[in-house]
Ligand binder design. Structure first.
Ligand SMILES: Cc1cc2nc3c(=O)[nH]c(=O)nc-3n(C[C@H](O)[C@H](O)[C@H](O)COP(=O)(O)OP(=O)(O)OC[C@H]3O[C@@H](n4cnc5c(N)ncnc54)[C@H](O)[C@@H]3O)c2cc1C
Length: 374
């Protein structure tokens, strides 16, 4: 990759979604000189891997949003895609504008509660302000409850306790084991022990039964949380929700509904082409691939989709996707973390070293000509 290719004038790639997958595809297309338009509802790429640190440390959010326009100039369009016309090969924006494509990369990712995700129509400044507001709410609260003990909830609880050891932090999780099911049991056990050592209170195997009624991310004294099994009522000053993610299928549901799995993700073949469509690719969290949904895998898939688009227009063979072995790192505050690389357990030092400079995600800063978070 990297040299400017000469392709037929009819080639125009539209990428829907500028998350880890979409921005990786855009970087590749840009460096190969392939005409493209990247569409996202925000005007900045959100490095949500740092979203939970940005929730406790003032000034950090600014490092996690990178302006698309500065990186992709006229190849970026801010807008919400509301439909795809497969016949005419157009993507329809909420503003009624239509974008023609010869090839389409769908990278709409997944959505989940703030602060782990920030998939909203927003400017960079407004997004940063929302994180700064949360930092201030955290400061006010004496007892913070984090609901959901998947990887995001675990990281959130650890970030809070690391920066505010004097605050009471409770993590409520519906299952007994914490974090991602794809992690080795010993990794999950180790992170549980670190959280307990830090002083996070764990309430496991219980659901919050009145979650819908609670106001999230806003300090409010004596907010009552009810549990489904235990009669105990937990009183908190601030509730942060880190429960499950959902695939963002709204914009392709009508056109490609018959290609969707139960969770809304798009079924793809080994070349990452959506079933039955040789010019439409799905990558990242919205692709129906086995294994965990991860930022670095989204980037790998996007790189392959671009390679396959280039190969298809230059008459070369397409390359199949190989998922490889799992690398997953959970940071538990600035000072600790656990994870696994190629099935091997890695402890605090390695995780903080990798995640602070972030070999997996830091790449995007270099690619997009920006500085990575320190
Ligand atoms: C708190 C947290 C921490 C994480 N930490 C890690 C980690 O350390 N390492 C790791 O590898 N993974 C991590 N992940 C997982 C990682 O964030 C996801 O796998 C990754 O974001 C997927 O990238 P994506 O590009 O597929 O989708 P997303 O990042 O979800 O991006 C999708 C983009 O599409 C845009 N979009 C959606 N619909 C439309 C539409 N209709 N019109 C226009 N734009 C649209 C959205 O605005 C968004 O920018 C973490 C996830 C969370 C929640």
């Amino acid at each position: 990759m990297g040299s400017q290719l000469s392709v037929d004038e009819s080639v125009k790639v539209v990428i829907i979604g500028g998350g880890f997958a979409g921005k990786a595809a855009a970087c590749d297309l840009k460096s190969n000189g392939i005409p493209f338009v990247l569409v996202d509802m925000k005007d900045a790429f959100h490095h949500n891997v740092g979203a939970l640190r940005a929730s406790v440390e003032s000034g950090f959010a600014r490092k996690t949003f990178i302006s698309f326009e500065e990186s992709f100039h006229d190849n970026f369009k801010q807008g919400k895609v509301v439909g795809i016309n497969l016949e005419t090969q157009h993507v329809l924006l909420e503003s009624n504008e239509e974008l023609h494509f010869s090839h389409l990369i769908i990278a709409t990712g997944s959505d989940g509660p703030f602060p782990g995700k920030f998939n909203q129509i927003s400017s960079r400044e407004a997004a940063i302000q929302q994180y700064e507001d949360l930092v201030n709410e955290v400061k006010k609260a004496k007892h913070v409850v984090v609901v959901g003990g998947g990887s995001a909830g675990v990281e959130m609880a650890a970030e809070l306790k690391t920066d505010y050891p004097e605050k009471e932090i409770t993590l409520i999780h519906s299952k007994v084991a914490l974090a991602d099911v794809d992690l080795e049991p010993k990794v999950r056990q180790a992170l549980k022990e670190i959280l307990l050592k830090k002083g996070v209170k764990l309430v496991l195997g219980q659901r919050v039964s009145n979650l819908e009624e609670l106001k999230m991310n806003k300090a409010c004294e004596n907010t009552e949380l009810h549990l489904d099994k235990d009669p105990e009522v937990i009183k908190a000053d601030l509730v942060i929700c880190c429960t499950g993610l959902k695939v963002n299928s709204a914009c392709y549901g009508t056109a490609l509904g018959d290609k969707m799995g139960n969770d809304g993700s798009l079924r793809v073949n080994e070349f990452l082409q959506v079933d039955g469509h040789t010019n439409i690719y799905a990558v990242g969290d919205c692709a129906n691939l086995t294994g965990p949904k991860m930022a670095y895998l989204a980037g790998v898939q996007a790189n392959l989709a671009v390679t396959n688009i280039i190969n298809s227009v230059t008459g070369k063979c397409l390359k199949p996707y190989k998922s490889g072995s799992l690398t997953m790192l959970i940071s538990l505050g600035r000072d600790n973390g656990v994870g696994q690389i190629n099935g091997c357990y890695v402890g605090g030092f390695v995780v903080t070293k990798i995640k602070s400079k972030d070999i997996f995600v830091g790449k995007s800063w270099k690619e997009m000509g920006q500085h990575m978070p320190q």
